[in-house]
Design a protein around this ligand. Structure first.
Ligand code: NAG
Ligand code: NAG
Ligand code: NAG
Ligand code: NAG
Ligand code: NAG
Length: 288
């Protein structure tokens, strides 16, 4: 028992379960070109990238560990890639279901993609790998196909500034202003905003707040980032005005509460009390 748990931990295969991803890519074949592997005495349901040797033995390959699989006749050797199950939860029923030809996993703020293609001439499956990661101080989030790195960016001089400068701050990083696209993102945003009060507050303002995506045009808010579904997932502070008036912009957290609210776009600071300290930006991920 302990043996394979230790093994999984040391390889940091901490996977995030995503219901609309395949559990498994399963093909008939055996390992052809690979860098290294482990042999485990365990049933192959417990392996992640595996070449099945018998019902109780399998050869284990880590991400990027194998590049070619030689096809065998059906019913012969089988190799499978299974990534989406959390390691502490093995499937109850047989997980060896055929899936599409790619799979993804999110580990340590990286999105790892494995793609399998078949070359009918050589009867070989080629495995190619891609890693998508985020620049320092940003976190990777997946938004219905879009991959974004979200973080707070701070004004330098002056340290408190307006919405136009917030937008420019994001654009300087090849990004845009953004806002929460779901509850997980909002939790992350709230946490980094709160921490910044202790780490990025040299002028000791009572509250730091950040411009987020949304500027009034009298009838609606306009957005720079189309991937967070407008204000759908914005959590509003109680009782605040949502006038959508021209010249009104959105920021988070509200200085009096915790949630999002509206304020004149030209605001920079309120003496000793509030500083619009920067911007919540989404910037492009790094694709290796
Ligand atoms: C922004 O994109 C341009 C062009 O792709 C690139 O040259 C530049 O290094 C990028 N800047 C940053 C801060 O990533
Ligand atoms: C909250 O943010 C701080 C600073 O960015 C970080 O060290 C900490 O791990 C975060 N906590 C959670 C629960 O995300
Ligand atoms: C805000 O950060 C401080 C200091 O890190 C911490 O003590 C406090 O619990 C945090 N509050 C929230 C609401 O996360
Ligand atoms: C921010 O830090 C100041 C002290 O520098 C503290 O008085 C204030 O309560 C903090 N604000 C929040 C929202 O935690
Ligand atoms: C923040 O938003 C949540 C959800 O809309 C709401 O339940 C809560 O009362 C709000 N908190 C404040 C202080 O406005």
């Amino acid at each position: 028992m302990c043996y394979y748990f230790l093994c999984f931990l040391s390889l940091s295969f901490l996977t995030v379960h995503s219901t609309d991803e395949p559990y498994m890519i399963r093909v008939s074949g055996h390992s052809k070109i690979f860098k290294g592997s482990l042999y485990l005495d365990t049933s192959w349901e417990k392996c992640i990238v595996v070449f099945k040797l018998s019902d109780i033995k399998c050869q284990f390959f880590a991400f990027q560990g194998i590049s070619t699989v030689q096809e065998s006749a059906a019913g012969g050797y089988e190799i499978a890639l299974k990534i989406q199950l959390p390691v502490s939860k093995c499937p109850i029923s047989n997980p060896l279901i055929p899936g599409p030809t790619y799979l993804t996993q999110t580990i340590n703020n990286q999105l790892r993609t494995t793609t399998v293609s078949f070359d009918s001439k050589s009867k070989q499956y080629k495995l190619t790998y891609r890693v998508i990661s985020c620049p320092e101080n940003t976190k990777l989030f997946l938004r219905r196909g879009a991959k974004v790195c979200i973080g707070l960016f701070f004004f330098e001089d002056p340290r408190c500034n307006n919405y136009a400068q917030a937008s420019a701050l994001c654009k300087a990083k090849n990004g845009t202003l953004t806002g929460p696209a779901n509850a997980d993102e909002y939790k992350y945003i709230q946490n980094i905003s709160n921490s910044s009060n202790y780490t990025s507050n040299p002028d000791s303002f009572d509250y730091l707040t950040y411009w987020i995506d949304g500027a009034g045009t009298n009838t609606a808010y306009t957005f720079e980032d189309p991937t967070h579904d407008g204000t759908t997932n914005y959590q509003w502070a109680e009782g605040v005005s949502r006038s959508k008036a021209a010249g009104q912009c959105l920021h988070n957290p509200n200085p009096l509460h915790v949630n999002i609210s509206e304020y004149p776009c030209t605001a920079t600071f309120l003496v000793k009390a509030v500083c619009w300290r920067g911007a919540l930006c989404q910037i492009p991920p790094i694709i290796e």
